[in-house]
Design a protein around this ligand. Structure first.
Ligand code: ZN
Length: 275
């Protein structure tokens, strides 16, 4: 467990295509003395924080002053797993590149850059009271615990069905980092007609066909889909700005409810403490 604020030890660059725009995006990662992860898009600074979230329909999108950046969740999960609390990311497009559909390439680049530790503490958010948010049959709740423990349930049409997974030691859950995003063939067509998912391919997403996985290589893990939902949740929780501690149970949750949960936690100072 990290104890203090950290940043990357040296500058690095990454590029790739946006899942929705299909366009190439360049990013430059810089060490940052100030607390938190923030983006700089055309001179506009956008903190990667839950209160900057503007859209949660297909990804977690943050925005400010007319600028917005979509699909931040996998990159945020990579910062979480790499143990980095402070970083400034210069980006030249409105969407974080999708890379291989997981957090792996981001995480690996951070790991190679190395970590620099500052003397300041206060990187954890410990939940002190149970907090829950619901929407139809989807819900997510968090209870007090000294670690981050996540149980996720998903329920999709066959061949996926109901899948449940518990990760008790999230900070060291390597099978979550490289689990890829996924989509259903019939939804892809509708999304592409709406001008989105232009960059989607079998190189950056798991495609679920009528009765099987379309990707010739199949899955990386038998529970890769539910793993990926946990990855999204970790990335979304990290938009709290802190490493969240608590026992999380989630049923068919997504970016909208993940964001609502943080808003609910922060709605009362009795719900949490920072240290
Ligand atoms: Zn995702």
């Amino acid at each position: 467990m990290i104890k203090r604020q950290t940043t990357i030890s040296r500058i690095f660059k990454l590029n790739g295509i946006g899942l929705h725009t299909g366009k190439e995006v360049n990013m430059e990662f810089l060490p940052r003395r100030e607390f938190g992860i923030a983006f700089n898009l055309n001179g506009i600074l956008i903190p990667a924080r839950y209160d900057m979230v503007r859209d949660t329909r297909l990804s977690t999108q943050i925005g400010d002053n007319g600028a917005s950046i979509a699909t931040i969740e996998h990159l945020m999960a990579a910062f979480y797993f790499a143990g980095i609390t402070n970083c400034l990311v210069y980006i030249d497009g409105p969407e974080i590149p999708i890379m291989d559909g997981s957090a792996w390439e981001f995480y690996h680049a951070m790991w190679r850059a190395g970590i620099y530790e500052f003397p300041e503490e206060k990187v954890y958010l410990k939940v002190l009271k149970p907090v829950e948010v619901k929407h139809n049959d989807s819900w997510i709740r968090i209870k007090p615990l000294n670690t981050l423990d996540i149980t996720m349930t998903i329920d999709f049409r066959p061949p996926v069905g109901v899948q449940k997974k518990r990760v008790m030691d999230v900070e060291n859950a390597s099978s979550i980092i490289n689990s890829r995003t996924f989509g259903f063939i019939e939804e892809l067509e509708a999304i592409q007609k709406a001008g989105l998912a232009k960059g989607a391919s079998l190189d950056n997403a798991i495609a679920i066909g009528e009765d099987s996985i379309v990707n010739p290589q199949g899955l990386r893990y038998s529970k890769e889909l539910v793993n990926h939902k946990i990855l999204d949740l970790i990335g979304d929780l990290y938009t709290s700005g802190y490493r969240v501690l608590g026992k999380v149970e989630a049923n068919k949750t997504g970016h909208f409810l993940n964001n609502m949960l943080l808003k609910e936690v922060f709605s009362s100072e009795e719900n949490y403490k920072l240290y």
